[in-house]
Design a protein around this ligand. Sequence first.
Ligand code: SF4
Length: 184
Amino acid sequence: MQKILYVAHCLLNTASKVAREPREGARQEEELRVAVLKKALERGVQLIQLPCPEFTLYGARRWGHVYEQFDNTFFRTHSRTILAPIIQEMQEYLTHPERVEVLGVIGIDGSPSCGVSYTCRGCWGGELSRRDDLQEVIRTVHLVEQSGVFMEVLQELLREAEIDLPVVGLYAPERERVLSLLDV
Ligand code: SF4
């Protein structure tokens, strides 16, 4: 039987991510990303790439954002629109359990969009150029135990379609939890 795993877009294509300088923890995240890909290849798991909601709205030169900036009807509608064909495709695979097993979905923890167990929140927004408290505003960003907006929408769509699948986030401190999804 073939196994299928849905993954966040940048798990396969890191060029979609916000451009930035290397930061603390990035190396462990990259190691985990590569470990997931290697294990999927070794175990013959087929990977299906979700669309990137941020790239398809704001392109390659976007700033980093926080959850609050995407928590609006426009971002949620965009997420629903680009996820609709993914859900249809998933439904089709799920109607053939004798041939295919869908293992679940891997998001990207910490992302304001694709976080599953963790997203980043903060008081960001508005015109930046004349603020003299910019560093203070930037420092309001913090990790919270909650999904990002795109993953919230994905989980809503899964519930509406009555699809019950594990959804986990790529998060270096919880490495084994992510890799265990590929124990097939
Ligand atoms: S929005 Fe999601 S897929 Fe796109 S770069 Fe961010 S975490 Fe990756």
